[in-house]
Write a protein that binds this ligand. Structure first.
Ligand SMILES: CC(C)(COP(=O)(O)OP(=O)(O)OC[C@H]1O[C@@H](n2cnc3c(N)ncnc32)[C@H](O)[C@@H]1OP(=O)(O)O)[C@@H](O)C(=O)NCCC(=O)NCCS
Length: 152
């Protein structure tokens, strides 16, 4: 489903992660992420996974504990049944139980259904209201930063 979401987002080539890395990072002593999955039962009552929400914790120096929803995905044939809303609400519940005061995420500008979905649930679009840009260092730019690190 991670790959399905990347295909939907028109960036399938960006998925470089392996099963081993996901297992290592999500199922270690201090996991880098947590995940909720949505399951449905088929006619034989065997369960299959049809959606997921992957999230992790971050921190705001202005507001404190924050949860970041990295991925939210429901398989196309199961959309429109409340599964996406259920996954997001479950993440919100877990986060609030851990005293998080924010749930944040990024969405592509052309993804109007998802943007409408978040807006309908009361989310603010910070690019519109505050002008934030989403910045990333990786590959060479990350290596270059590391090379310039002071020697303590
Ligand atoms: C966004 C997504 C997770 C929503 O999941 P879903 O299970 O279809 O959503 P739900 O059935 O829980 O719908 C929640 C609400 O959004 C509305 N909604 C659902 N699909 C919609 C659509 N295509 N257009 C407009 N509204 C929609 C529903 O009417 C519902 O409103 P309500 O709470 O007033 O009843 C799902 O469509 C998806 O996986 N999309 C592709 C991947 C994606 O865009 N992920 C988010 C990336 S940031």
């Amino acid at each position: 489903m991670i790959t399905e979401l990347a295909v939907f987002e028109k960036m399938p080539d960006q998925v470089k992660i392996s099963h081993e890395e996901l297992e290592r990072d999500g199922f270690c002593q201090n996991p880098f992420f947590e995940c909720q999955i949505a399951e449905v039962s088929d006619e034989h009552r065997s369960k299959c996974v049809v959606g997921y929400a992957l999230y992790f914790y971050t921190y705001s120096t202005w507001k404190g504990r924050t949860v970041y929803l990295e991925d939210l995905y429901v398989m196309p044939e199961f959309r429109g049944n409340g599964i996406g809303k259920g996954l997001m609400s479950k993440v919100a519940k877990i986060a609030v139980e851990k005293q998080c005061v924010r749930l944040q995420l990024s969405v592509l500008d052309w993804n109007s259904p998802a943007r409408d979905f978040y807006a309908a649930k009361g989310a603010q679009d910070l690019t519109d209201s505050e002008g934030w840009h989403f910045i990333r260092f990786d590959g060479l730019s990350l290596d270059n930063l590391v090379k310039e690190a002071p020697k303590d």
